[in-house]
Design a protein around this ligand. Structure first.
Ligand code: PRP
Ligand code: GLN
Ligand code: MG
Length: 502
């Protein structure tokens, strides 16, 4: 998952972009970047690292101009090399920069097309660089010195025709304005806002509403699946549906884990959805384990807190913060490499022994993916003297890879893949394991917006809405992007890259 933001302002936008990226940091910790423009020149800074590490005062001073875009990255394609940090740039036509959240499922085929038919060079393995070149080509073939609004929206339609997979995108067309668009299934979130200034209206586009409100804009609305927004360099805003048959299918995992609870995505409060997940999970526990004696409910911080709190309320059991989180360690799930993830769980969470000693403890997490967290945590609870350790997951068992922008590509890395609940329970060392039912999870999210007919739940049910995912795709993905495969790709400072981000 990545975070994206764009601002079309009337005054310098560097600080607001930086602030918005810090609010989106939970969506990507690997790399960050900002590009701004003063209508003539582009100013780019991007590198590996968290937002606070990538941008120093000297960089901020150079990010001049009244419009720009930003990105925080969590890689799902290519490598974690700094050359794949975003935004990406192509000089023709007009000078376009682009930032992408999601994952293209036909990136490899597109990369070949781009070279053979569009005569374009793509320098990295990033699907986002491919996406940028498709958009640039679709704009170039209109052949205009000054692109019209119709040209820009036609180029987005061209992207929808050629690209498959998930993409929420912001792009800047130097001298012409800012574009945002969402794939025809609306898998990844993207929302826009505005504010009035003495010099006129300013616009912002971002992955999550919290990035809009926290920098002083008000929310207008989410982009619809297939829809695009264009803010021209005079500050006029235009929107248009650019897909033929959009089928809304937003990713349910945003509500389970990715998004911040204080965000509202597609009119669903993530916080309320998580409370409802706690309520339904409590019902399932009562139904499946009516005799389970629970002395205390303990969340695995951070993300499960909201649902664990409501679950404890419903069961009428004490809710206690039995694990203290080291606030200087980021999210472990989105760290690259299993070794790093495993080590970080222990550095990140530390038990308060008195909450465990001699008690029947119900630990609650938002999800169990690789099982890294729960295995460590259950052992820590036992070491702290717990009598029995039960484990509940606010999401169903994750059994299938994600191909739409969450880095869980290898089936055999998923602890629930090919295993029964009982087997998972034994493997993680719990005395009982309770998963949320998929229908309950869907209901918990949908209650916030009953107009959404379906969610992308592919990691739970293996149903890939884009229709292009088959066994050979999944097998190839497993080979190229498993933890083992990633270890073989050269990373870090030894790699000499083409990067213009300094
Ligand atoms: O089964 P696993 O592979 O361990 O993945 C699931 C865990 O990873 C996430 O936590 P993370 O530490 O990333 O973030 P958080 O602090 O927001 O909970 C998630 O909240 C689960 O705790
Ligand atoms: N998580 C994401 O949205 C990743 C975006 C893009 N696929 C990349 O790897 O950079
Ligand atoms: Mg967690």
């Amino acid at each position: 998952m990545c975070g994206i933001v764009a601002i079309a302002g009337k005054a310098p936008v560097n600080q607001a972009l930086y602030d918005a990226l810090t609010v989106l940091q939970h969506r990507g910790q690997d790399a960050a970047g900002i590009v701004t423009s003063d209508d003539h020149r582009l100013f780019l800074r991007k590198d590996n690292g968290m937002v606070r590490d990538v941008f120093h005062t000297r960089h901020m001073l150079r990010l001049a101009g009244h419009y720009g875009i930003g990105h925080v990255r969590y890689p799902t394609a290519g490598s974690s090399s700094s050359a794949e940090a975003q935004p990406f740039y192509v000089n023709s036509p007009y000078g376009i920069t682009l930032a992408h959240n999601g994952n293209l499922t036909n990136s490899e085929a597109l990369a070949k097309d781009i070279y053979r038919s569009d005569l374009r060079h793509v320098n990295t393995d990033s699907d986002s660089e491919v996406l940028l070149n498709v958009f640039a080509h679709e704009l170039q073939i209109r052949g205009k010195i000054v692109p019209s609004i119709d040209d820009i929206f036609a180029a987005v339609s061209g992207v929808h025709t050629r690209c498959k997979g998930a993409y929420a995108v912001v792009a800047m067309i130097t001298g012409y304005g800012i574009v945002g668009f969402r794939d025809p299934f609306g898998i990844r979130p993207i929302i826009f806002g505005e504010r009035d200034t003495p010099a006129g209206k300013e616009y912002i586009i971002a992955s999550e509403s919290v990035a809009i409100t926290s920098v002083g804009f008000r929310i207008v609305r989410d982009l619809l699946p297939g829809e695009a927004i264009f803010i021209d360099n005079e500050g006029n805003m235009h929107t248009r549906q650019c897909a033929d048959k959009p089928v809304f299918s937003p990713c349910i995992f945003e509500h389970v884990y990715f998004a911040r609870p204080d965000s509202i995505i597609d009119n669903i409060s993530v916080y309320k959805a998580r409370l409802r997940m706690g309520e339904t999970l409590a019902n399932t526990i009562r139904e499946l384990h009516p005799d389970l004696e629970i002395d205390v409910v303990i969340p695995i911080p951070d993300t499960s807190r909201t649902s664990a709190l409501e679950l404890a309320n419903q069961l009428n059991v004490k809710y206690r913060e039995g694990f203290m989180k080291n606030r200087y360690i980021g999210r472990t799930f989105i760290m690259p490499g299993q070794g790093q993830r495993k080590k970080s769980v222990r550095q990140k969470l530390n038990p308060i022994e008195l909450e465990f000693m001699g008690k029947n403890v119900l630990l609650v997490d938002d999800s169990i993916v690789r099982g890294t967290t729960c295995r460590e945590i259950i052992q820590m609870a036992r070491d702290a003297g717990a009598k029995n350790v039960y484990f509940a997951s606010a999401a169903p068992a994750v059994k299938f890879p994600n191909v739409y922008g969450i880095d869980m590509p290898a089936r055999n890395e998923l602890i629930a893949y090919g295993r029964s609940e009982q087997e998972v329970c034994e493997l993680i060392g719990a005395d009982a394991l309770i998963y949320q039912k998929l229908d309950d999870l869907i209901a918990a999210a949908r209650e916030g917006n009953p107009d959404i007919e379906r969610f992308d739940c592919s990691v739970f049910d293996g149903d890939y809405v884009t229709g292009d995912i088959n066994e050979s795709y999944l097998a190839a993905l497993e080979v190229s992007r498993s933890d083992g495969a990633k270890r073989k790709v050269p990373q870090g400072p030894n790699l000499v890259d083409l990067s213009n981000g300094e």
